[in-house]
Every structure is written in C-alpha cells, then in structure tokens.
Design a protein around this ligand. Structure first.
Ligand code: ADP
Ligand code: ASP
Ligand code: MG
Length: 557
C-alpha cells in the first residue's frame, strides 16, 4: 500500500521562515538593569589590571562550545573538556554550554514521576545516587578546599530543591509541568558549577551561569520556545561583560525561564539548541557541538557500523536529518543560527583532533546525490477514512489542527489516491492523545464521520539527498533495494524542496532496511577527506544570510 505523503519537515522549514523575519533588537530593558548589576558584581572581583572599558570589542572570534552528556559524564570526560577549552582559548573567546551528566536527566524525570505516584523512596534513592556521582567527580577533579566547599554547597542546595519539588509532587499526587521542569533542570545545574570550578582550578577564569538568567522563553514547559529579542538583551547584559574580560561563562544547557522567571526546559536533548540560541544572541563566529561521535554520520553509528563522517553538510540537510531522527542534533538547533549564517560544527570530545562535520548554508562543494539516512523508531500511522461527502483535504486540516492543539506533534501527513482517505504519522508515545483529539474533533460532525485505522509498530526511514532532480531515481532505487530483501514499504513520501524521501516500514525491519539502503546508496564509501583546514587553524568565514526556502509541494506517485 503506497500513499502520497506530505512531509512535515516543512514544519522545520516554515519555522526557518519565521525566524528569518525576526529582528534582533538591542534596546535596554528594565530587567537589564538588574542583570548589569549582577554582571558587574562578578567584574568587581576581577584582578585590577584587567581592562574595564565596557564596550571593548572581543579580541578573538567568539566560539560557543556545547558539551553533551557523555562529554561531561565523569571525571575523565570532564578532563577532556578541560583540554579542549584550554587549547581553544589561544584562538577564541569561549563560551561553554553544558548538558547534564549522561543519563542524569532520565533519572530526574523518573524521580519526579515516581514521587507523583507516591513512591518517594525511589526519588530519594535517585537523589542519593546523583549526590554520590557528582561528589565522586568533584573529589577527583577539584583539589582546592575553596572550590570543593563551594561546589558541595551548590550540590546540597540543588538536591534540596529537587527533594522539595518531589515532596510537593507526592503531596499533590501530580507532577505539574513547572515542577517537572524544575526537577529535570537539576542535572545541568549540578554540572555547570562543577565544570566552571574545574576550569578555574586550571587557571581558566570561569563562572557558572544559570540559563534562566539569559534565555527567555514562553511558558510551554517541556518544550519551551525562546524569545530571541529578549534573550539577546539578557545575553548582552549578563554574558558579554564576562567575555570581554576573558571569563569563560559555563551556561546550563536545556533551560530557560519565562519573562516572569519561571524555569522552563527546551525539550529533551535541548542543550544543542541552548548553544545555538546563545550563539545567535551574541553573534558568535561559530558553534561547536562536542559529542561522542566523530560528527554527523551517514547514519546512526549505533545502527550502522560502517557509517561515515560527513565532512560538510548544509543547514537544510542537517535540519531534515535531525527532524527525522538523527539524535546527534536537536531538531531546532539550526533555527537561530541560519539567519546569521553562523557555522555549526559537530566534533568528538574523545577524538578532538578529528575535524568533524561543518554545517553551513551551502553545505558540501562536491555534491553527493544521497547524503545520509535518518531513522525514527516507534512511530504510528493513523489512517483516516471519511464516510461523508467531504474531501479529505479539509478533514486533514481539521485533524491536523486538533492533534497539534494537544501537542501531539505530527511527523508526517499523508494523502492517498482516494479523496476520502488520509494519514498522519505520529510518535507512538502520543498516539492515544492524537486519536482522542481527532475523535473529539469529528464527534459532532453529522454525516462526516471519520473512521480511524491505527497501525502500531512502524518506523520511519528518511533518505536525505542533494537535489530534486535525483529524487525519483532515488525513490525507485530505494524501492527496488527493499523489495529485493522483502522489506515491505507501508507508505512513502517525496518532498520537493527538502530533497528527502521518507519510507514507513515495520519497526522490526528498520535496522535491516537501513543496512540495505546504506549499502545500496554506497554511503559506506563516502570519501571523508576534509577540503578545509582544521578549526583551530582556520580563519573565520564571512557569514551569509539564508536564501528563502522554497515551499514544499507534494509529489504524486
Ligand atoms: P550528547 O549527549 O553529546 O548530546 P546524543 O546522545 O544526544 O549526544 O547524540 C549523539 C548520538 O547521536 C550518537 O552517539 C549517535 O548514536 C546518535 N546519532 C544518531 N544519528 C546520528 C548521525 N547521523 N550521526 C551521528 N550520530 C548520530
Ligand atoms: N540533559 C538534557 C536531556 O537529557 C538535555 C541534553 O542533554 O541536551 O535531555
Ligand atoms: Mg544530544
């Protein structure tokens, strides 16, 4: 069964359009007054010989470096972070963004949920394990009594805050979104002060900064959206003075706060996004996402052992891969930097000499036809059939709006050859919410009844290619490769401007399908020789504005 699908990677694209229109303003606000006074209290502690001229421009290019969970996962890894920061300091003004230590956010979320279910003991056990893990890292990394004490008191304060929030959830028998965010935030808030202290101990001037002071968001807890104008004002006030004085701010990733000061989170994996928000707000020269793989690879290396590092890729292709499941980059990461043409690198903390992947507007000079594959496990195809006279077009729009209203994000919409049939692909975790929203929307629709057929256990594979001309050829090739290995294609989609093809296959066949396609498109033979100098020695490229993305049309099959 093959449907024509309308990929919502254009969701990401239309977001880009929105962000293009945004003006970054530099007005000073009431709030900035208090922020300036906070920043100047730090500055008053700086050595006397440091320059204090307020508007001194940065001497070296500004680089925002984000370190992910594995990169700060233990004392050894934090040692690598230290080496990278110290090395880069020679050529760059640096701002560091950190995630929580690996798996800490998962544990915190579990602590919150268990507390709301009345299981406070599990939450205490989790807090105890987090305390031990952070204390052990601090013991190995911090040698001065002052830094140890400072960190210990920060640790105690954070854990106390978490315990109180869990108690609140237990008493209310409910985990409200603000409380859930507060608990989930603790991982980054425990990590940033540790990394800043480690840097200070190695003679790198550093200060840990709570992102709530810099990143202003709406109140959509668990997936908040930044207000870039306000964020720029706060970043200028809070961070720029530190940068001017050679202090490396270590900012908590993943977090922000509403204008009223309520803590929010940007969504799972959101520290990448934090780095690009701060990078755009401060007009950084580049953003580097340091992680545990060599860069953006032709496929997830956990699924494809011979996946290759892509030396250079365009914003559009990287955004599509991230949107369709490449976890190495949070899907929204590129939005804030595209407008300013700030290059984003993905590099390996544990193989820092490697050159990684450079993400730019233009992407690679030498164009490969198929660039990479992304995969999303656990999606569900909801097929809707109208029994009335209405056409599927308006019904699909209603269903789409209803599902979006309950924040059950739709990955793809599909149209079929039948005018009364359409489909929606959603994450399996939100399928119940999505189905309920559609049923409610159509419950009083008289003759326009909507039958729903929910098919669990699907996976989505997306082939990102270079240009439109190749698409039908690539689709044919993908179909025949999968047919040969008897992997059924439940649905497929072609997008024009995004240059990607998505295939819905049974979840159980996902890995096999990836292996087959990776081989068939010869992605294992990608030549990963870098045509440019390494980041530490190169000059910064001039920034370019993004050309308007073309609208996406549906290709009929
Ligand atoms: P971090 O904790 O540094 O943010 P993540 O776990 O969020 O790291 O992302 C890195 C992981 O993304 C890799 O370990 C890899 O398994 C996965 N991944 C998925 N798709 C890709 C891809 N195309 N290229 C590189 N890594 C990928
Ligand atoms: N710590 C957060 C998470 O696990 C954010 C991040 O790692 O980017 O989702
Ligand atoms: Mg990540």
């Amino acid at each position: 069964m093959t449907f024509v699908m309308r990929p919502l990677e254009n969701l990401a694209t239309s977001d880009l359009v929105d962000s293009q229109g945004r003006r970054i303003c530099t007005r000073l606000s009431q709030h900035s007054v208090s922020q300036v006074s906070k920043a100047s209290s730090t500055l008053s502690q700086l050595p006397k010989h440091w320059p204090t001229r307020k508007n001194r421009v940065l001497e070296k290019p500004l680089c925002v470096m984000k370190f992910g969970g594995t990169s700060v996962g233990d004392a050894n890894s934090i040692g690598k972070v230290l080496e990278i920061v110290r090395g880069a300091q020679r050529n760059y003004t640096l701002l560091v963004v950190v995630s929580a230590m690996a798996r800490v956010t998962d544990l915190l979320i579990e602590a919150g949920m268990r507390s709301a279910n009345g299981d406070l003991c599990v939450a205490w056990e989790i807090f105890l394990s987090l305390k031990e893990r952070h204390e052990s890292a601090a013991r190995s990394l911090l040698h001065s009594a002052l830094e140890q004490e400072r960190y210990e008191s920060k640790l105690q304060a954070c854990l106390l805050e978490g315990e109180q929030a869990c108690r609140e959830a237990m008493l209310a028998r409910e985990l409200t979104p603000p409380v859930a965010d507060l608990i989930a935030s603790l991982g980054e808030r425990l990590c940033a002060p540790l990394v800043a202290a480690v840097l200070r101990e190695s003679q790198v001037l550093s200060e840990s900064i709570d992102a709530q002071e810099c990143i202003v968001t709406d109140a959509r807890h668990g997936g908040a959206n930044p207000d870039l104008d306000q964020t720029r004002i706060r970043c200028e006030d809070r961070l720029r003075p530190l940068l001017r004085h050679g202090v490396v701010p270590v900012v908590t990733g993943f977090l922000g706060a509403t204008p009223e000061g309520t803590l929010t989170t940007l969504g799972r994996g959101g520290s990448d996004y934090s780095a690009s928000i701060v990078g755009a707000a401060l007009s950084a020269d580049e953003v580097i996402i340091w992680t545990d793989v060599d860069g953006f690879l032709t496929s997830d290396p956990r699924l494809i052992s011979d996946a290759r590092t892509i030396p250079q890729i365009s914003y559009r292709q990287a955004a599509a891969l991230a949107y369709f499941g490449a976890k190495v980059l949070h899907p929204k990461t590129l939005q804030p930097v595209i407008q300013r043409g700030i290059p984003v690198w993905i590099r390996n903390t544990f193989a820092a000499h490697g050159e990684g992947t450079k993400i730019t507007l233009a992407g690679a000079r030498k164009k490969a036809s198929v660039k990479a594959l992304a995969a999303m496990k656990d999606v569900t195809l909801i097929m809707a059939t109208l029994s009335g006279r209405k056409q599927s077009c308006s019904a699909m729009h209603r269903a789409f709006t209803a599902v979006s209203a309950v924040h059950a994000d739709i990955v793809l919409t599909t149209r079929t050859k039948s005018p009364r049939k359409f489909g929606l692909v959603v994450r399996t975790s939100v399928v119940e919410r999505a189905v309920e929203a559609i049923r409610n929307e159509f419950s009083g629709s008289g003759n326009d009844q909507l039958g729903l057929d929910v098919q669990d256990g699907d996976a989505l594979i997306t082939i990102v290619s270079q240009n439109l001309r190749d698409l039908s050829k690539i689709t044919k090739q993908a179909f025949s490769a999968l047919k040969e290995t008897e992997i059924p294609i439940i649905a497929d989609s072609n997008s024009r401007s995004g240059s990607n093809i998505s295939l819905v296959v049974p979840s159980m066949e996902m890995q096999k399908a990836l292996v087959v396609l990776h081989k068939d498109f010869q992605l294992d033979r990608l030549n990963s020789t870098h045509p440019w100098p390494t980041p530490s020695s190169r000059t910064i490229e001039p920034t370019k504005p993004l050309a308007s993305p073309k609208s996406i049309n549906v290709l009929s099959r």
